[in-house]
Design a protein around this ligand. Structure first.
Ligand SMILES: [Fe+2]
Length: 444
C-alpha cells in the first residue's frame, strides 16, 4: 500500500487492519476450497448446505456489490451473476441446479473482485458516509466471508469420504472448571452503540436489568451429555417441548449429530475421522431442542440471551460492559479457541486466560451456545445497511446462539455478536450451557 505521510496514523492503521482481515478470510476460503477436488466443490454434500463453489462465488459477489459498486462507485465486474448468488432468491437445496460459475471461473472472479477492492482501499478515506465510517463496509464484508468460511467448514463436516482437513489438536485442560457461577442482580449494558464493526442487530447499547441467576461455569461436556443419553433422555417425552419431541420422533434422533456407536461405546466422526468421545470436551452438533431437553433433565434451563451476555461482558468492578469476558482486547490464542486453528472444541479448563472476572469459562470460542431467546431487534433497532442482513429473520422462528465456535474467526466474534438459527439445526458447531434462577438463600 502507498504510504502517505500527511495522512493520519489511524487511517493507515485502519487500512492495514482491513487488508489483514480480508487477507485472512481469503486464505481460509482458499484453504477450504482447495482441500477438495472439483467434483467435490460443485457437489451438494447435504440439502441444507450450498455447494462449496456457490459459497465461494457468493462471497465474491457480495464483495463486489458492497465494496466495488456501492462504496467504490466502480463498474460492475459481473452484473449478470447477481441473481444466481442472491441467497434470498434460491434456497440452498436448489443451488446445485443453477448455472453456477465453475471452480476455475469462481476462483478467477473472486480474485478479480479482490484486486479491485485493494485498489480502492489504497488511499481510501473513511469519511462521508456512515457505510464507510471506521471502515464498516470493509469490516462487514470480512465478517461475511468468515461466516461463509465457517459454513464451508460445516459442509466439510457433512462431507463423506476420506479426511482432507487437518490441524493441531486444541490445548489440554490446565485448570479444573466445574459447577456454577452466581451472577448478581442488577442492570448492565447489552449490545453496543460504539463498537465500529458491530452489525445492526447488535445495536444500540441499552440497559437490561436482570435478577440474580446462576450459570454453568463451562459448556456442557460430552461426558455430561452422555449421561443424559444413557439415562434414556431421547426416549422420555417429558424432557422435551412439544415441537422438540415431534422433531426428535420424526427424525428418530438418539444422540447428537455425527455421534456413532462403536460396539457399546459412542464415538464421533469429525472431518472424516472416527474417534472415541473426549469426555471433557464441550458437546457439539446439538440442536436447540436437544439442548432444551438436556437442561430440563438436569433440572435447569437454557440461559436467555441477556443472561449469556451479562456473564460474558459485565465487569463487577467497574460496572461496565466490556467487549469480551477478559476485557476489551481482541482475542489471542491464549483467550479462546477461535479461527479454525483447531478443528475441535477444546476441553473445559483449556482457556483460563479467557475466563470472565466471576469465573465463567469458554464463553467465547469452542462451541456456539444456544440461548432460549428468539431473535429480535433491540429497542431502537434500525436496519443497516440493508433489511436482509438481520431484520427479515426477526420473529419467533429462530433462536439466538452466542460466543462463536472453533470455526469462527475473531473478526466475526464479540461479546455482543448474535448468531441465529432454527431450533432443529445441528450441522452448525453448536453446544450450550445451562442456567437457573438463583435461590433466595444464594442471594441473601
Ligand atoms: Fe451470505
Amino acid at each position: 500500500m502507498t504510504h502517505l505521510s500527511q495522512e493520519s496514523e489511524p487511517t493507515e492503521v485502519l487500512r492495514d487492519r482491513i487488508a489483514a482481515v480480508l487477507g485472512r478470510a481469503r486464505d481460509r476460503s482458499i484453504r477450504l476450497t482447495e482441500a477438495v477436488d472439483d467434483d467435490d466443490l460443485v457437489r451438494q454434500h447435504s440439502p441444507i448446505m450450498s455447494p462449496l463453489v456457490w459459497d465461494l462465488a457468493h462471497v465474491g459477489n457480495q464483495e463486489e456489490l458492497w465494496l466495488v459498486r456501492d462504496v467504490g462507485g466502480r463498474d460492475p465486474v459481473r452484473r449478470d451473476i447477481d441473481e444466481l448468488y442472491d441467497a434470498f432468491k434460491h434456497p440452498r437445496k436448489d443451488r446445485p441446479a443453477l448455472p453456477l460459475l465453475g471452480p476455475v471461473e469462481a476462483r478467477s472472479y473472486v480474485a478479480t473482485v479482490r484486486d479491485k477492492v485493494f485498489d480502492l482501499l489504497d488511499g481510501f478515506r473513511f469519511d462521508g458516509r456512515r457505510l464507510v465510517a471506521d471502515g464498516f463496509a470493509f469490516g462487514m464484508i470480512a465478517q461475511h466471508e468468515q461466516q461463509h468460511d465457517e459454513t464451508m467448514l460445516a459442509t466439510h463436516q457433512l462431507r463423506a469420504g476420506p479426511p482432507v482437513l487437518s490441524a493441531p489438536p486444541p490445548p489440554a485442560a490446565v485448570v479444573p472448571v466445574t459447577g456454577e457461577v452466581l451472577i448478581p442482580a442488577g442492570p448492565f449494558v447489552m449490545g453496543t452503540s460504539t463498537d465500529p464493526w458491530a452489525l445492526d442487530n447488535e445495536r444500540p447499547g441499552h440497559l437490561v436489568d436482570l435478577p440474580a441467576y446462576v450459570l454453568d461455569a463451562a459448556p456442557v461436556t460430552n461426558a455430561e451429555y452422555l449421561a443424559f443419553v444413557a439415562d434414556g433422555g431421547y426416549a422420555e417425552p417429558r424432557w422435551w417441548s412439544g415441537p422438540g419431541w415431534r422433531y426428535r420422533s420424526a427424525e428418530g434422533l438418539s444422540a447428537p449429530m455425527h455421534w456413532q456407536r462403536d460396539g457399546g461405546d459412542w464415538g464421533y466422526r469429525r472431518f472424516g475421522r472416527f474417534a472415541p468421545l473426549v469426555p471433557d470436551e464441550p458437546v457439539v452438533h446439538v440442536g436447540y431442542h436437544e439442548a432444551e431437553a438436556y437442561a430440563a433433565w438436569a433440572g435447569k434451563r437454557l440461559p436467555t440471551e441477556a443472561e449469556w451476555e451479562k456473564a460474558a461482558r459485565w465487569d463487577p468492578v467497574s460496572g461496565r460492559s466490556r467487549r469480551y469476558p477478559w476485557g476489551d482486547e481482541d482475542p489471542t490464542p491464549e483467550h479462546a479457541n477461535l479461527g479454525q486453528r483447531h478443528l475441535a472444541p477444546a476441553p473445559v479448563g483449556a482457556y483460563p486466560a479467557g475466563a470472565s472476572p466471576l469465573g465463567v469459562h469458554q464463553l467465547i470460542g469452542d462451541v456456539w451456545e444456544w440461548t432460549s431467546s428468539p431473535f429480535q431487534g433491540y429497542p431502537g433497532f434500525t436496519a443497516f445497511p440493508y433489511r436482509e442482513y438481520s431484520e427479515v429473520f426477526f420473529g419467533s422462528d429462530h433462536r439466538v446462539l452466542r460466543g462463536g465456535s472453533f470455526g469462527t474467526d475473531p473478526v466475526a466474534c464479540r461479546g455482543t455478536f448474535r448468531n441465529w438459527d432454527l431450533p432443529i439445526r445441528r450441522q452448525i458447531f453448536s453446544g450450550f450451557r445451562c442456567a437457573r434462577d438463583a435461590r433466595p438463600d444464594e442471594v441473601a
